[in-house]
Design a protein. Sequence first.
Length: 256
Amino acid sequence: MQQDIVIFAPHQDDEILGAYEIIRQQPEHTYVVFLTNGDYEGAEVAKTRWHESRKALTHLGVPEGHMIALGYADTGMPREVSFLWRLWHEGDQTLVPSHVGAHTYHPDGGKEYHLAHWGAHAAYTRLAVLADVRGVLEDIRPGTIYVTNEDDVHGDHAAAPLFVRAAIDQMADYTPTIYRYHVHGGDDERWPNRTGDVFEKPLNLDESQWESRVSVPVEDQKDFLETLESFQSQWRDAEYMTAFIKKEQIFYREKK
């Protein structure tokens, strides 16, 4: 029996930039968990971004019920301001509000994970994120997990694998295979490389991790582009977005 896959995306579009080919190959067995609402520019933009991800994932054949919103905040890229990075380094129950609010919400007006499972919105705390990530993993028990890389320069991306690993460590007799993917490599104007059809090493990535990379061939680059075009709210960075369309996608297997 084919095992399910969970892809943790800090923001709407990371799932395609980082794991398009994984989703395309096994859409019916793939769940995408959005840790934040991507609401750095406000709740209305968060709604737009949710619909863009839904369009992209529907195009690839992912069931709509396999899109899961945790509903946390997006407060920027640098680690000193980014929401998940700050939250990871706070006390378990320290409230870290954003300019949008202080509790989880679904960007399209539905029920985010915490409300759907526990009947209440979650306060923006480290403990709540950890409980939600663990809850999702306990519900689905995926055989393979894809999540952003701790070396990624975006604070949300760097913190996401820390929450995932901490949640797994709380679960008995559960040892999924974990792959990391990179989205921000240290200089968005230089990485991904704008020429060439394979990736160069991200500027901020350890050489040993790069040497152990797993390359997954991309079968249909035209479809990759069509899928990415779902994210029109992000298309002001079209050169950056389309730089991810290469003959491969790169992953790094976690070694615990």
